[in-house]
Design a protein around this ligand. Structure first.
Ligand code: NAP
Ligand code: ZN
Length: 319
């Protein structure tokens, strides 16, 4: 299907990849962008799911083998043949490299295109395709819900969606932030408590009390400070991908039997489930719209943790 792109979110992964921060894997020229909402303009002969004029969305993945155990389990992101990402990935059909959403148009197999419920604002829906599913999926996998004390580390694109989802699932939610100025926003976005992570005394008060903590931080930081906040069998799940390795103390895991894990976006079916959930519950991203010429400024602000809480590019600004 060919999709004319209306809006594309700006993920911190775009910045990591544009600046080649993840192990030298960037292939230039690179067209970033994996939070795409647009309108279908052409469909292939055998495409059935969409018709011309439909609203459609594309996230981080555009292809996979569909037959390996991971794809069959609805976890295309872990395809045994290697998932094809929206950009900076080998295109198995053309032999070239995929180009992402900072663009006028994209061609994607219908199996990797999502329906955008009418109730959702088109621009505010775009970041759901990565920031949304990346936080929704682990909260569901670890069965976060009522009666649980849940932490979110970092209030950026992913963090603000984690607050909204954890709150919607009924948990008692605490934000850990390095930015005291974000306290009021955090409460508006669904946090019941806010802890400034540099305040050691405030951190100590939550010792051994959390069931689950999702960590969205994009840079090196002290993981032991969060492990010690988990109670027995509690889990710390990383979704933030620091380019630098981070150290943990084995003692903080073995006592009292804590878990640590990671999570990568979410499968296609779960992404649709998340979009439908957002439409049903009136959940949307808090966005700041930019024109494409402001993208470098947006990256600089992102590095200063100055994002409220996701930049979205109005693609009409790309001539
Ligand atoms: P973002 O909007 O820039 O938010 C990151 C937040 O982390 C910042 O707002 C800040 O929050 C906190 N932070 C930044 N630097 C820090 C530091 N040195 N120490 C402590 N806290 C710091 O980024 P994002 O788009 O949400 O992405 C976050 C990370 O997730 C990135 O590494 C990205 O590549 C990764 N990611 C992973 C997946 C996945 O599938 N696993 C998907 C998408 C993105 P405060 O101001 O509140 O402290
Ligand atoms: Zn992303």
């Amino acid at each position: 299907m060919q999709i004319d792109i209306l809006f594309c979110g700006v993920c911190h992964s775009d910045l990591h990849i544009v600046r080649n921060e993840w192990g030298g894997g960037t292939i230039y020229p690179c067209v970033p962008g994996h939070e795409i909402v647009g309108r279908v303009v052409k469909v292939g002969r055998e495409a059935r799911k969409f018709k011309e004029g439909d609203l459609a969305a594309v996230g981080c993945m555009v292809d996979s083998d569909r037959v390996c155990p991971n794809c069959r389990a609805g976890l295309e992101q872990f395809c045994d043949q290697g998932v094809t990402l929206a950009y900076n990935s080998e295109d198995k059909h053309t032999g070239g490299i995929t180009y992402g959403g900072y663009s006028k148009s994209i061609v994607v197999d219908q199996d990797f295109v999502l329906r955008v419920p009418d109730k959702l604002d088109q621009a505010a829906a775009a970041p759901l395709l990565c920031a949304g599913i990346t936080t929704y999926s682990p909260l569901r996998k670890w069965k976060v819900g009522r009666g649980q004390k849940v932490g979110v580390v970092g209030l950026g694109g992913l963090g603000h969606m984690a607050l909204k989802f954890a709150n919607a699932f009924g948990a008692e939610v605490t934000l850990f932030t390095t930015s005291p100025g974000k306290t009021a926003d955090a409460k508006r976005l669904g946090a019941h408590n806010v802890v400034i992570s540099k305040d050691e005394e405030a951190m100590k008060q939550h010792d051994k009390s959390f069931d689950f903590i999702i960590d969205t931080v994009s840079a090196n930081h002290d993981l032991n400070a969060y492990l010690t906040l988990l109670k027995r069998d509690g889990a710390l799940v990383l979704v933030g991908i620091s380019p630098e390795e981070m150290r943990i103390s084995a003692f903080n895991l073995v006592m009292p039997r804590r878990q640590m894990a990671g999570s990568l976006i979410g499968g296609i079916a779960e992404t649709q489930e998340m979009l439908d959930f957002c439409a049903e519950r009136g959940i949307a991203c808090g966005i700041e719209m930019i024109t494409i010429d402001k993208i470098n400024e947006a990256y600089e602000r992102m590095l200063k943790s100055d994002v409220k809480y996701r930049f979205v590019i109005d693609m009409a600004s790309l001539l």
